[in-house]
Design a protein around this ligand. Structure first.
Ligand SMILES: Cc1cc2nc3c(=O)[nH]c(=O)nc-3n(C[C@H](O)[C@H](O)[C@H](O)COP(=O)(O)OP(=O)(O)OC[C@H]3O[C@@H](n4cnc5c(N)ncnc54)[C@H](O)[C@@H]3O)c2cc1C
Length: 434
């Protein structure tokens, strides 16, 4: 292994790999270092891989909608032929249930401005499309031990918005390995089972990293893409005080349940965001239903040590999520044994990511992805590469944050919304919706 690179990328999750691919295409000699044994084995591996476009800011919507091109044209992005086995994007479309939590008129404005394709469904249309659903409002989401949990609902929902180009990737780890291979084909290097324990610097310029075994690897660019461990790397780089937006690791459970008899989610299911019951759900392999929470106020938030947290599904959270889903789908069978996965979101103070330089020359960051940036990774890799190139060429990104032109939509994004020194964005949903 060489000991000198143009750029060291700490992390080989989906964003780290996409960043390596884009930098390599521009001629940088890159090395991703990951403490796990392969690409996509960090939080990406347990991502639900949902590809949807509703975000609470115009730039969040634009970033997410730009990514649609990549998932619909995955082979073209990877530059591979039809023989190559690649991760599958399931284009189910996405149903956004209009609710009291997320401001639909605001999101609709963003959709119109960005040009997102959507249909508005009234109640009769939702009932026709999803006949097994009970479309009363159960708002606000509650835990099953709430005395009002089983109250008879009196109100009905207003309707939904359907975006036909959405869906999900069922195997995020495989998609990450696809990008790793694409990056390798451009000359990128990957080093596994190695933990970064130090970031060396001199005269406020990054010099490289030190590994747990004492190995030193040099690079004048080091990028923190370490997912839920991001705050540890920020600290290692001495940037905790300079990043005004902070990040921390939030534990999150995702559950899997069988569908009602006769319903085949893989054939007829949609990806759905249903904040009325505090949930999102989608089809899952084996004709199951996968469901996660959109962080309703009734559920406790569990910020944890990313190296030491409970990886088992808890009965409490299982009941909360699955019983709430059973209000929407009354015929839902509920197994005795909880099934699902547990992993961590790298949550920022306002649930919007940091894609930025830092106060340490040569040190960059793609962190605080807050449970909602798997989908955007190919765009983020390209945007971060542009920031790196411009800043290394002397551009003052702090004085005037770059306007990034999205290549497929032709729109620009104000990268100031992802700046490490921004004010907390009051437009955020302060949830996984972003
Ligand atoms: C349960 C769950 C569901 C989600 N669902 C969705 C979804 O439906 N749609 C969506 O868009 N997003 C979703 N997300 C969010 C999405 O998965 C993340 O935003 C994205 O995967 C982050 O990718 P990453 O490459 O930044 O981080 P990771 O995949 O976490 O990669 C970081 C890597 O850094 C490595 N690392 C950390 N510290 C060190 C160190 N000191 N030395 C060496 N290596 C180190 C880790 O081992 C890890 O592999 C979900 C997340 C979770 C947890």
């Amino acid at each position: 292994m060489d000991k000198k690179y143009d750029a060291i990328i700490i992390g080989a999750g989906i964003i780290g790999c996409c960043t390596a691919f884009e930098l390599s295409k521009k001629g940088y000699k890159t090395l991703n270092i990951d403490k796990e044994s392969g690409a996509g084995e960090g939080s990406t591996g347990n991502s639900c891989g949902n590809i949807r476009f509703y975000y609470s800011t115009r730039d969040g919507v634009a970033l997410a909608y730009e990514c649609a091109w990549y998932w619909h044209n995955w082979r073209e992005y990877l530059e591979v032929d039809d023989e190559q086995d690649v991760a599958q994007f399931h284009n189910t479309g996405s149903v956004f249930i209009k609710n009291q939590v997320l401001d639909w008129p605001k999101i609709k404005n963003h959709f119109d401005e960005v040009g997102v394709k959507y249909e508005e469904w009234d109640l009769a249309t939702i009932k026709a499309k999803i006949p097994m659903g009970d479309f009363h409002s159960f708002y606000p989401p509650k835990t099953p031990d709430d005395p009002n949990f089983y109250d008879e609902p009196t109100e009905v929902l207003e309707g939904a918005c359907y975006t036909p180009e959405s869906g999900y990737v069922g195997d995020p780890t495989f998609s990450t390995k696809n990008v790793e291979d694409a990056a390798k084909a451009k000359g990128a290097g990957f080093l596994y089972n190695k933990k970064v324990t130090g970031i060396r610097q001199q005269d406020n310029r990054v010099q490289g990293v030190t590994l747990e075994d004492g190995t030193q690897i040099d690079a004048s660019i080091v990028i923190n893409v370490s997912g839920p461990h991001s705050f540890q790397i920020t600290e290692m780089a001495g940037q905790s005080d300079n990043n005004l937006i902070k990040t921390k690791a939030l534990r999150h459970e995702v559950h899997v349940v069988p569908p009602p008899q006769g319903f085949k989610p893989l054939e007829n299911g949609y990806h759905t965001n249903d904040a009325d019951i505090g949930a999102y759900y989608r089809p899952e392999a084996g004709n199951m239903i996968l469901t996660g929470s959109v962080d309703p106020a009734c559920d406790p938030q569990e910020f944890v040590d990313p190296d030491n947290f409970n990886r088992e599904v808890t009965t409490e959270q299982w009941k909360a999520q699955v019983y709430r889903l059973a209000r929407r789908i009354p015929e839902l069978p509920i197994p005795n044994n909880p099934m699902g996965v547990v992993d961590l979101y790298d949550v920022s103070d306002d649930w919007l990511p940091i894609y930025d330089k830092s106060d340490l020359d040569g040190y960059y960051q793609a962190i605080g992805t807050s449970g909602n940036q798997y989908k955007t990774a190919p765009v983020v890799g390209a945007m971060l590469t542009e920031i790196i190139q411009q800043v290394e060429d002397g551009y003052d990104h702090d004085a005037q944050p770059l306007e990034y032109k999205l290549p497929h939509l032709g729109l620009t994004i104000a990268t100031s919304v992802f700046h490490r020194k921004r004010e907390i964005n009051p437009n955020s949903s302060f949830s996984v919706v972003g």
